[in-house]
Design a protein around this ligand. Sequence first.
Ligand SMILES: [Zn+2]
Length: 96
Amino acid sequence: MPLKLLQETMRVRLLKKGAAPDAVETYFSRWDVALHADSAAPLPCPDCYVEGAVSLLCRKPSPAGVGIVECPTCMASFEFPDFQQVASTQGIWPTP
Ligand SMILES: [Zn+2]
């Protein structure tokens, strides 16, 4: 479940940045809303989120085995296990 792995990466990041448990829950509700609204919807950057801003992560092309998303605002990037090769920046969701 690469999506779950990406969520874990984000959860650890938020907690490291000092986000309160409530804020982490709110972050993931935004995520759920985005998931249900549009499967290609971008998810918010955790670093910007703890600063009170919503910035949308972009998927970067990557080889099979690793997924990379990057924030165009703060330039933070996040890696997570993903099994598919990604050749474009279209859509950021890992394969379920
Ligand atoms: Zn950011």
